[in-house]
Design a protein around this ligand. Structure first.
Ligand code: TYD
Length: 140
């Protein structure tokens, strides 16, 4: 998948002296219908999560608290996106190898996906990912 499809998405921010509020909705701020939410928390210092790609699943990732880096690789090039505010997130399309690292203490990653959990969606071997990626870009 091309990096052009990766998007930093700014979310609405309702500023209020009682505390700020942000949100996203199906098919509105994010470009898919949410089927699942999961979150990653209590990450020990130095740990890395992820290290896989999905065949067809799309995700939107937010740092609800703290900060961490999402590192994407399309098989040719790697890019790093730092998420450190709860009012923007990163849209990650299908067929992007990704991992998350540099979690700050007490960081909280919220991830919403367009599909329920299925182990069959995962590509866990980077060389297999690269082959699939090359095969799909050669078919255009
Ligand atoms: P996984 O996505 O492999 O996490 P990471 O890539 O960061 O290591 O998920 C870890 C485990 O949690 C794996 O056994 C599958 C399970 N899991 C679910 O049951 N449901 C979910 O929605 C997710 C994301 C994971």
């Amino acid at each position: 998948m091309n990096f052009d499809y990766v998007k930093k998405i700014d979310l609405p921010k309702i500023l209020d002296e009682r505390g700020n509020l942000s949100f996203f909705e199906n098919d509105n701020q994010i470009p898919f219908k949410i089927s699942r939410a999961y979150w990653i928390y209590d990450v020990p210092g130095g740990e890395v999560r992820g290290g896989h790609a999905y065949h067809s699943l799309q995700e939107f990732i937010i740092a609800l608290s703290g900060a961490f880096d999402v590192v994407l690789n399309n098989g040719h090039e790697e890019r790093r996106y730092t998420l450190n505010r709860s009012y923007f997130g990163l849209y990650v399309p299908k067929m992007m190898w990704r991992h998350m690292e540099n979690f700050s203490t007490n960081s909280l990653a919220l991830i919403v996906a367009d599909q329920p959990f299925s182990d069959e969606e995962y590509i866990r071997d980077f060389s297999q990912f690269s082959k699939l990626q090359n095969a799909s870009s050669n078919s255009f």
